[in-house]
Design a protein around this ligand. Sequence first.
Ligand SMILES: [Zn+2]
Length: 223
Amino acid sequence: MKAGRYYSSVVVEIPDSPSVKNNENEGIGIDLGLKDLAIVSDGKAYKNINKSAKIKKLEKRLRREQRSLSRKLENTKKGESTQKNIQKQKLKVQKLHQRMDNIRTDYINKTVSEIVKTKPSYITVEDLNVTRMMKNKHLSKAVASQKFYEFRVKLEAKCKERGIELRIADRWYPSSKMCHCCGSIKKDLKLSDRVFRCQCGYVENRDLNASLNLRDATTYSIA
Ligand SMILES: [Zn+2]
């Protein structure tokens, strides 16, 4: 049955994927978080810039200038010079916001470029539900200042530019709760548990365990 054999060989032929030509290196997983901005499965960690001395100092200054602004606004004398002072103070506050925003954006850009420079064949990230995270009163400020959404948008653009496949893990993929060694699920994992300890004996940094699981995820969509 020559004809039959011919057809079956056609069926199993896998077309070339145009997106993975220049990147021969292993794929990577990235776990995004609040303690660190990003933990990469190759072991690299990118700190949360909002914990840096530079940002903390600016935040302190911003709080001071904002207090001064509200005092000026509460002032009942509404003369022309008061109005001028208020405008000046508003501008000061605005500029501080802008400066901090620029630092955060620069940091996101730097982190994304450094990650794609390692030329992985693919990158897998979580499907972060930023909207849901923002609803958590205790987290919303920290989440907003981490610019996860901007990270994702920039990562997607850079991956397209460099022909790296960007994989978005399924929303329900238990990247944090799964043991990378034996695959069992740790249901009682708390946010405060920084180390992942499994009954199989595996012990690993919590975020690194998550990034390794993301790297090896098999249910994902391609961005
Ligand atoms: Zn295990």
